[in-house]
Design a binder for this molecule. Structure first.
Ligand code: 13P
Ligand code: SF4
Length: 352
């Protein structure tokens, strides 16, 4: 358990916890069930339903909202999330919310980003072990060494990093606005951390020279161009392939569109194709399929084991016991906030 959680746990135990009796039928629950049954077996919906009802009741009691990333399972994404989206959307929504408690159904760096933006709010992650291989790929000490090696070259950091790494950075970016963030600096050269493949994609889209790091996403690095070729042969010419820029360059070269997870949704809204392959995490296709019943989604399944640590029972537990509260050292948060706010000022880019 990351440092700081033990003390917070003790504090929570000392609090008086209200004892809500979950409403049997909450407004909207049946409609949610109807939508979820498009991708979930009836039995799974029936299993999820009481927990969804209990979560709604606790959200009300706690003045809480659930923010869910596009990779969360459909029963979370369509069942209990008040706001959903890609990493940029979650950061924007965290900045705008008036809720007292934010439950981040996503991974730890997303919850940390919400806390950096909202230092006075309670930000909860239902499982503190929901990490990310990209966030683990670089430390604050690495960034300081890079700055020594490339004096004066600005550091652009993907949000998939720890608060300490963000604090050492000039500006953050997401997959939706990485190109625009790099260009916003008006410099000939940047250090781009830590995702090598996203960095290579940015380099292919701009004249700015990009110094790379060797971090990779465990989910996206597994896709291959051969796999995409096999799906294209199996499904014929009307298959549209949308890939996330965390994939290797050869995979992106084999795709029809490259963008963030929300960018993929926007692309389909603008021009729905009859058959679509989303080259990204598994649950994304399930979540999108609920809203696009006319599209046939081809579903290769690369799961993110970190995203999948978040479950409905853990979200309920998080609301009941106000755990696990995300804590960021105030000085680190202040420095990281500068980099995140600079990114938010750039806004959404062509990749999303
Ligand atoms: P986006 O949703 O911002 O595209 O990021 C994908 C991702 O891997 C988040 O962990
Ligand atoms: Fe990290 Fe990849 Fe999982 Fe996203 S999908 S949280 S980048 S490991």
């Amino acid at each position: 358990m990351p440092q700081g959680y033990a003390q917070i746990e003790q504090k929570k135990k000392e609090q008086v916890v209200p004892n809500p009796s979950p409403a049997a039928t909450l407004p909207g629950l049946e409609e949610r069930g109807e939508r979820l049954r498009r991708v979930l077996p009836e039995a799974e919906w029936e299993l999820a339903r009481p927990t969804i009802a209990a979560i709604e009741e606790w959200k009300r009691q706690r003045h809480a909202i659930v923010l869910a990333h596009n990779y969360q399972t459909p029963e979370i994404f369509h069942g209990v999330a008040d706001l959903t989206g890609d990493s940029l959307a979650l950061a924007q929504q965290a900045a705008a919310t008036e809720a007292e408690v934010i439950v981040l159904a996503g991974v730890h760096f997303m919850a940390e980003t919400a806390k950096i933006i909202n230092p006075v709010k309670t930000v909860l992650i239902p499982d503190p072990q929901a990490g990310c291989t990209l966030a683990d790929a670089i430390t604050a000490a690495d960034v300081r060494l890079l700055r020594e090696r490339y004096p004066g070259v600005p550091v652009v950091t993907y949000v998939n990093t720890s608060a300490e790494v963000k604090a050492e950075s000039d500006i953050c970016c997401t997959s939706s606005n990485a190109v625009e963030v790099v260009e916003s600096l008006g410099v000939p050269r940047v250090i781009f951390l830590p995702d090598e493949y996203l960095g290579r994609f940015v380099a292919s889209q701009t004249a700015v020279e990009v110094i790379l790091w060797k971090g990779h996403c465990i989910v996206h690095e597994r896709f291959t161009p051969e796999e995409i070729g096999r799906w294209r042969r199996a499904y014929g010419g009307d298959l549209e392939v949308l890939a996330h820029p965390e994939c290797p360059p050869e995979v992106l070269a084999a795709a029809d569109y490259v963008g963030s997870t929300s960018g993929m949704v926007r692309h389909l809204e603008a021009a729905p194709a009859p058959r679509v392959l989303l080259v990204t995490e598994c649950s994304m296709s399930d979540n999108v399929a609920v809203n696009f019943p006319g599209i046939e989604f081809v579903r290769p399944c690369n799961l993110c084991p970190y995203m999948k640590r978040i479950t409905l029972p853990k979200i309920l537990d998080s609301l009941i016991h106000l755990r696990y509260e995300v804590a960021v050292d105030p000085d680190v948060a202040r420095r990281a906030r500068r980099a995140v706010e600079r990114m938010l000022a750039v806004g959404r880019g062509r990749g999303g």
